[in-house]
Design a protein around this ligand. Structure first.
Ligand code: AMP
Length: 494
C-alpha cells in the first residue's frame, strides 16, 4: 500500500499547502544518479515526510521534524543532502578530496547502521562516499574507513568523540548536520557529547533535527541550535499506539453525541480528557453544553484569541478544566504526555488525524483510552480509519441517557446562544465558508505562540513528566542528565 499524502502535515509555521506537495521524485529536481538509485529501490512516490522535507532541505533551510522511524524520514533528509553534495562529487582517490561534509548523528548502533545502509544505496551512483562509526566494535576498521575519506558520516556521539580525540576524523567542513531521534539521544544522556560535537562543526551550517516527541528539553535543544527551522510533522502510517484502548460508539444523532460525551466522562471517571471536534463552532457548542451538564469544560480553536487559549490551557494544566474541547489545528503541537483519555466527538475527515488524536493519550508506554462517537454520517470516515490502520474497529451501540424533550430544549438554548453567529452567516455554501476563512485567517505568528509549544503537565505533578519507559531508559543512561540550557551555554533558566 503506498504512503498516503494525507498523513503529511506541517505545523502552523509556514505550512506547505497540500496541493503543492510533490507526488513524484522527478519533480524535486534531484540529479539523475540519485533518481536512478531511488527507482531501483522501488520507491514510486515520496512518503509524506519526504514530500515535505525534501524541498525544504534542498533550499538549505533548517528543519525540526516530528517523525518516527518507518515514515521514510531517512530518505527525507538523505536524498536532499546528497543532492546538495553533488557539486562536490569526484572520483579522486585522494582522501583530501573527500572531507566529511554532512554529519548524521544517531543514538544507537542499529539506527546508525540502518541509516548508513540507506545512504550507501541512495549514493551508489553519485560518486559520493559514506561511512559509519559506532561504539562496541573495534575502532581500527573505522579508522581505516575514515582515512579513505567520506562526504557523509553517520555516527553515534560517543564513538565519534573517540575519533575526534584520536584525530582520525575532521569535521571542519561538515556544514550539514542531522540529529536523528533527538529525544532518544537526550534520554540516553548524549547531550554533553552533542554539545562537544556541535563545537567542532563550522558555525555556518544547515541543521536538521528529527524527534518522535517534543518535550520541553527537545524544544530547548532545538531553539539552541536550529535557525528559523521549518517544522514538519507527520503521522506514521498505521501508527495507532497498541497501548491505547480504542472504542467506537454509535449514537442515534448529533444531540445524543453531546449527551454521550458527558456520560462517558462520568461513567469512565475520566480525570481529564481532550475532546476533538471537526469544527470550531462544534467545539464551542459542545463546551457550553458540557458546562451546562455540570462539567468544567472549555473550548480552544482558531477563532479564540491567543490570550484566551493560553488561559484555557493554563486552567487545563492546573486541573480546573476537566474537558478541553479542541479542533485538530488548535491541539496541534501540544505535548500532552500522560493524558488518560481522548474522545472523538466526530470521526475526523482525514484518517491520519485519528492517529494523531489518539496518539495524545497512551504516550511512552502509558495506557490510554480513545473513545469515538459516530452517527451514520461518520460511516465513511470509519471505513477510512479501518483502512489506514489495517484492522477492524468494532462499533458498539451506546445508549445515551436523557429525553428527546430535554435535548430539544438544549437545541433551543443553543440556537439562542449562537443566534448572532447564525444570523451573520446564513448561507452554508463552500464559497461562503471560504469567504469566512478569508475574513478570519489563522492567527499570524504561530511560531512565537507559546500556546503551541507548551507541554501538557498533569495537574498532579507539576514539572517534568516521567514516564515508566523514560525512567527505565534513564536508569541505564550512560551519563547523568543535565539541563539542556546549562549544557548549551546558559540559555533560559528552567
Ligand atoms: P525510514 O523511516 O527512513 O526508516 O524508512 C522506512 C522504510 O521505508 C525503509 O525500508 C525505506 O527503504 C522505505 N521507504 C522510504 N521511502 C520510501 C518510498 N518513498 N517508497 C517506498 N518505500 C520507502
Amino acid at each position: 500500500m503506498p504512503f498516503s499524502h494525507r498523513a503529511a502535515r506541517t505545523a502552523p509555521r509556514g505550512p506547505v499547502p497540500a496541493i503543492l506537495l510533490s507526488n513524484t521524485f522527478d519533480s524535486f529536481g534531484l540529479a539523475e544518479p540519485i533518481l536512478r538509485a531511488v527507482t531501483e529501490l522501488g520507491y514510486r512516490e515520496p512518503t509524506p515526510i519526504q514530500a515535505q522535507a525534501i524541498p525544504v532541505v534542498l533550499q538549505g533551510r533548517d528543519v525540526m521534524g516530528a517523525a518516527q522511524t518507518g515514515t521514510g524520514k531517512t530518505a527525507g533528509f538523505a536524498l536532499p543532502i546528497l543532492q546538495r553534495l553533488m557539486p562536490h562529487a569526484n572520483t579522486s582517490a585522494s582522501p583530501a578530496r573527500h572531507p566529511v561534509r554532512a554529519l548524521i548523528l544517531a543514538p544507537t548502533r542499529e539506527l546508525a547502521d540502518q541509516i548508513h545502509e540507506n545512504v550507501r544505496q541512495y549514493a551508489r551512483y553519485t560518486g559520493l562516499r559514506s561511512a559509519v562509526v559506532f561504539g562496541g566494535v573495534d575502532i581500527k576498521p573505522q579508522i581505516a574507513a575514515l582515512r579513505q575519506g567520506c562526504e557523509v558520516l553517520i555516527a553515534t556521539p560517543g564513538r565519534l568523540l573517540d575519533h575526534m580525540g584520536q584525530k582520525t576524523v575532521s569535521l571542519a567542513q561538515a556544514d550539514m548536520l542531522v540529529l536523528d531521534e533527538a529525544d532518544r539521544m537526550l534520554d540516553m544522556g548524549f547531550l554533553p557529547d552533542i554539545q562537544r560535537i556541535l563545537h567542532a562543526l563550522p558555525e555556518q551550517r544547515q541543521n536538521l533535527m528529527f524527534s518522535a516527541t517534543f518535550s520541553s528539553d527537545i524544544r530547548r535543544l532545538a531553539s539552541s541550535f536550529l535557525n528559523d527551522p521549518q517544522v514538519i510533522e507527520v503521522a506514521r502510517r498505521n501508527a495507532a499506539a497498541e497501548n491505547v484502548e480504542q472504542r467506537i460508539y454509535r449514537v442515534a444523532d448529533l444531540e445524543s453525541k453531546r449527551a454521550a460525551v458527558a456520560q462517558l466522562v462520568r461513567e469512565r471517571e475520566l480525570a481529564q480528557v481532550i475532546v476533538f471536534t471537526n469544527t470550531k463552532i462544534g467545539a464551542g457548542r459542545l463546551a457550553r453544553q458540557l458546562e451546562r451538564d455540570g462539567l468544567n469544560a472549555a473550548a480552544i480553536h482558531g477563532d479564540k484569541s491567543q490570550q484566551e487559549r493560553l488561559a484555557t490551557l493554563d486552567s487545563f494544566k492546573k486541573g480546573e478544566i476537566v474537558v478541553l474541547v479542541a479542533t485538530d489545528v488548535a491541539a496541534r503541537g501540544l505535548d500532552i504526555a500522560e493524558l488518560p483519555a481522548v474522545i472523538n466527538y466526530d470521526l475526523p475527515y482525514n484518517a491520519e488525524d485519528y492517529v494523531h488524536r489518539i496518539g495524545r493519550t497512551g504516550r511512552a508506554g502509558a495506557s490510554g483510552l480513545a473513545l469515538s462517537l459516530m452517527t451514520g454520517e461518520d460511516e465513511r470516515h470509519h471505513a477510512d480509519i479501518e483502512k489506514l490502520l489495517g484492522r477492524k474497529l468494532d462499533v458498539e451501540r451506546l445508549e445515551v441517557a436523557g429525553s428527546a424533550r430535554g435535548r430539544e430544549r438544549e437545541r433551543d438554548r443553543d440556537r439562542r446562544e449562537s443566534g448572532t453567529e447564525r444570523r451573520a452567516r446564513p448561507a452554508r455554501s463552500g464559497a461562503h465558508s471560504r469567504a469566512r476563512e478569508a475574513a478570519h485567517p489563522a492567527p499570524a505568528g504561530y511560531s512565537n505562540d507559546p500556546f503551541f509549544f507548551e507541554p501538557y503537565v498533569p495537574a498532579a505533578s507539576p514539572g517534568e513528566v516521567e514516564t515508566p519507559v523514560l525512567e527505565a531508559e534513564r536508569a541505564s543512561a550512560r551519563r547523568p542528565r543535565r539541563p539542556v540550557a546549562a549544557l548549551l551555554g546558559g540559555g533560559k533558566k528552567r
